[in-house]
Design a protein around this ligand. Structure first.
Ligand code: FES
Length: 338
């Protein structure tokens, strides 16, 4: 058994051989930001103060050579090699605040609805104890026994007492897990999941207007956050701007229109990038339409979720409109791991 010491708090946690630092931190309820769990996004970067670790295979763009020289590592792939690994983990973050993930939690598939050629909704109900999670978190779904590796999928609903979980799953050509879910997993099947993970969380105490930007299955964590904020009685304006190719790609259209009717402070805007003259729709990419909706985003909490390029272009445009770094939350989807 190895030991991880978090500094400056000095708290210690045990790390079984072969486990990653991220895995054991989460197991103990510590909130280390992460997104891809595959050494591709750089979210889980941490400075290692002493000790040795095996970094595993990570992408150059996720951790620069300069950062490596300074002792930084990506904790989603880092496994301690020395008996003690000392890491820098801010006092503020070094507080247990997430629900520890549950592994191999059996669920039954209660619904599977194809929304478009490539996207479906999957609903699961727990066969044991419901999983506790924060809105915006994700689950790992897959079946290692049949060579369908566990992959992260955001939970698309706010927590419910009955433990129901819903997901929006895009069929990725060349992937192993999403084609399995699309083609082989059926209503009534029992599947195992691990959850919850991730730190794309809403701050329940935030007292600002909220802007959510999403495309494709990036809508999933946004739906979870929106439902949580609105049902908790968030008083400030809440806006969702969803980007779709055509009207047929407007996922969960009815459900979101229902929220708009129910909550006076919620506005649903959508923009179509490959269709014009549709009533109610804006036209063009988000970087084109956003400045017409908002001139100053300096007091907004902003949530962005979607593919890498989508998130990157949204980040640029919200920054140009004055978004504050500390109020900006992003969740990128990496096609290679889906
Ligand atoms: S690089 Fe570690 S979570 Fe993405």
């Amino acid at each position: 058994m190895k030991k991880i010491i978090m500094q400056p708090s000095g708290k210690e946690i045990d790390c079984p051989a072969g486990e990653t630092v991220l895995f054991v931190l989460e197991k103990q309820g510590y909130a280390l930001p992460n997104n891809c769990r595959a050494g591709a996004c750089g979210e889980c970067k941490i400075k290692v103060l002493s000790g040795k670790f095996d970094q595993g295979f990570i992408m150059d763009m996720a951790l620069s050579q300069e950062d490596r020289k300074k002792g930084y590592g990506l904790m989603c792939m880092a496994k301690p090699v020395s008996d003690v690994l000392e890491i820098e983990f801010g006092t503020e973050d070094a507080q247990p605040k997430l629900f520890p993930p549950v592994e191999d939690s059996w669920h039954i598939v209660t619904d599977k609805i194809h929304r478009t050629d490539k996207i479906l909704d999957l609903k699961l109900s727990p066969l044991g104890k419901p999983i506790k999670f924060w809105p915006g978190q994700y689950a790992m779904i897959g079946d290692d026994d049949s060579n369908h590796p566990l992959r992260p999928y955001s939970i698309a609903n706010a927590p419910k007492g009955n433990g129901e979980l819903s997901f929006i799953i895009t069929h990725e050509e060349g992937g192993k897990t999403s084609p399995w879910i699309h083609n082989e997993v059926n209503v009534g099947d029992h599947i195992k999941i691990n959850a919850p993970y991730g730190t794309f969380l809403g701050d329940p105490n935030v007292d600002t207007p909220i802007l959510c930007l999403a495309s494709g299955s990036g809508l999933a964590p946004i739906l979870s956050l929106l439902n949580a904020y609105l049902s908790r009685g968030h008083k400030n304006p809440v806006t969702l701007l969803f980007s779709a190719k055509t009207h047929n790609d407007l996922l969960h259209f009815g459900e979101i229109k229902y929220l708009e009717s129910k909550y006076i402070n919620f506005k649903y805007k959508y923009t179509l990038t490959q269709e014009s003259n549709k009533s109610g729709a804006l036209e063009g990419r988000i970087d084109k339409v956003l400045p017409n909706l908002f001139s100053d985003l300096s007091n907004h909490s902003i949530y962005i979720a979607g593919g890498i390029l989508f998130v990157k272009s949204c980040k640029q445009i919200v920054n140009s409109l004055g978004a504050k770094e500390e109020l900006l939350h992003m969740e990128e989807y990496f096609a290679q791991q889906i």
